[in-house]
Every structure is written in structure tokens, then in C-alpha cells.
Design a protein around this ligand. Structure first.
Ligand code: HEC
Length: 175
């Protein structure tokens, strides 16, 4: 009888051990995976939301920039002038493919001595008079349209801001 009693107790203990281990294992394996997403997902979402907000803030800044940027900026204009550099000096009175642009704002059209302007440019000189900022704005946006037949092989600057900036640079560069 006693043996049976021990046997019964040992079985109960063994079962208890097995279930104990099992439920412990369940606790680990079942509980962990959900525990992770439950803990990690919300911060991730928050991070995304924060990133979105930042991006939104960035957009707002980007939207705000053109308004703030509409003031001509010679520094930006210097970069724009990279498109003109192959043909024009802005800071010294030497001609390249095109005439130098020293003092271009306020300079009479087609007036650089020794530069061979096209007939078209010379013909337009009387009409345009001087390179006022207004004339430059128009010409740089559409060289072929404003001076048809001129020999400046350049399609024009699409962005008004770029034109304003490059004019600001041209004024600075000659100083
Ligand atoms: C591929 C060469 C080339 C490029 C690039 C070029 N130009 Fe010219 N540019 C010329 C030539 C050539 C003339 C003279 C046109 C003529 O006589 O028909 C000229 C004329 C001009 C004139 C009139 C000058 C005067 O004395 O009346 C201005 C202003 C001017 N360019 C500005 C620019 C600016 C600013 C850029 C860049 C945004 C630029 N050009 C890009 C070749 C170029």
C-alpha cells in the first residue's frame, strides 16, 4: 500500500512537473511574440507619425521657401551661372563664345567692342536699348523669342527665380 502511495504521489508530481514546464514554456513561447509587437508597434507608429509630421513640416518649409526665396540671391545665381560659364565671363572683360557680361545690367545692348554680334542682336539693340533687369528677365527666359536669330545657343532659363538669382549674381560678379 505504501508503495502504491509513493507511486501515486510520484505520478502526481511528475504530471505537475510536466504541466508546470509546459505552461511555463507556453508562457514563454506564446506570450513572447505577442508581447513584442504589442510593445514595439506603437512606438514604430509613433515614429512614423513623427517622421510624417517632420516631413510635413519640411514640406511647409519648402512651401514657405519660394516666397522667402523670391528675393534675388547672388549665391544661388552663381550656381545658375554655371550654365552660362562656357560662353561668358561675368567677372572679367574678356570675351568667350559670347561677350563678357561685366556691368551687363544697364549696359547698352550689343555694345562690347571687338565682339562680333550677330546681325539680329545688333538690329535689336536699337529697340531694346539697354539691358535693364526687365529686358534681361525677358531675354534669359527666351533668348530666341526676344531676339530672333541671335547666335546665343542657349534655350533659356525656365525658372523665374533662377533668372532673378543670376541677374543678382551678374551685378555682384562685376564688382
Ligand atoms: C552656348 C554659348 C552661350 C551660353 C550657354 C549663354 N550665352 Fe549668352 N550669349 C552668347 C552669344 C554668342 C551671345 C551673342 C549673341 C549674338 O550676338 O547674337 C550672347 C549674348 C548674351 C547677352 C547679350 C550681351 C550683349 O552684350 O548685348 C547676354 C545678356 C547674355 N548672353 C547672357 C547670358 C546668360 C546670363 C547666360 C546663362 C543663363 C548665357 N548668356 C548663356 C552665348 C551664350
Amino acid at each position: 500500500m505504501r508503495r502504491l502511495g509513493y507511486f501515486a504521489v510520484s505520478i502526481v508530481l511528475t504530471l505537475a512537473l510536466i504541466f508546470g514546464v509546459r505552461s511555463f514554456a507556453n508562457m514563454i513561447f506564446n506570450a513572447r511574440p505577442p508581447a513584442k509587437p504589442a510593445v514595439e508597434v506603437p512606438p514604430l507608429r509613433e515614429a512614423k507619425a513623427a517622421a510624417k509630421q517632420e516631413a510635413g513640416g519640411g514640406q511647409q518649409q519648402a512651401e514657405a521657401q519660394p516666397a522667402a526665396a523670391s528675393a534675388p540671391d547672388a549665391k544661388r545665381g552663381k550656381k545658375v551661372f554655371n550654365k552660362c560659364k562656357a560662353c561668358h565671363f561675368a567677372d572679367q572683360e574678356k570675351n568667350k563664345v559670347g561677350p563678357h557680361l561685366v556691368g551687363i545690367v544697364g549696359r547698352p545692348v550689343a555694345s562690347v567692342e571687338g565682339f562680333k554680334y550677330s546681325g539680329a542682336m545688333k538690329a535689336k539693340a536699337a529697340e531694346l536699348g539697354t539691358w535693364t533687369e526687365e529686358n534681361l528677365m525677358r531675354y534669359l527666359a527666351d533668348p530666341k523669342g526676344v531676339v530672333p536669330g541671335n547666335k546665343m545657343a542657349f534655350g533659356g532659363l525656365k525658372k523665374e527665380q533662377d533668372i532673378k538669382d543670376v541677374i543678382a549674381y551678374l551685378k555682384e560678379a562685376a564688382k
